[in-house]
Write a protein that binds this ligand. Sequence first.
Ligand SMILES: [Zn+2]
Length: 87
Amino acid sequence: MNVGSPSVATSPALCWQCGAEHVATQWATLQVVERVAPEEVKRLVLNWPADLAIEVRACRRCGAPIARKSAAPATSPVEGAAPGRIE
Ligand SMILES: [Zn+2]
């Protein structure tokens, strides 16, 4: 067990329901339930950084929605990066 490696920039996203850990690479593969743009969060939260969005993804183990801050590119919106869009 190698705990405490400082090279990991972001901490794993923990599921509040089942406790499953999702490291950055796993998190990126989870199904996006909802994505809140920084502009929208700023309407609700004072002093919210302009480059920080909120992503809600479904836990890979139990499917519970997990909300997480996510760096949003200030210039280009994520387009074409979402292959399977279900309407
Ligand atoms: Zn879970």
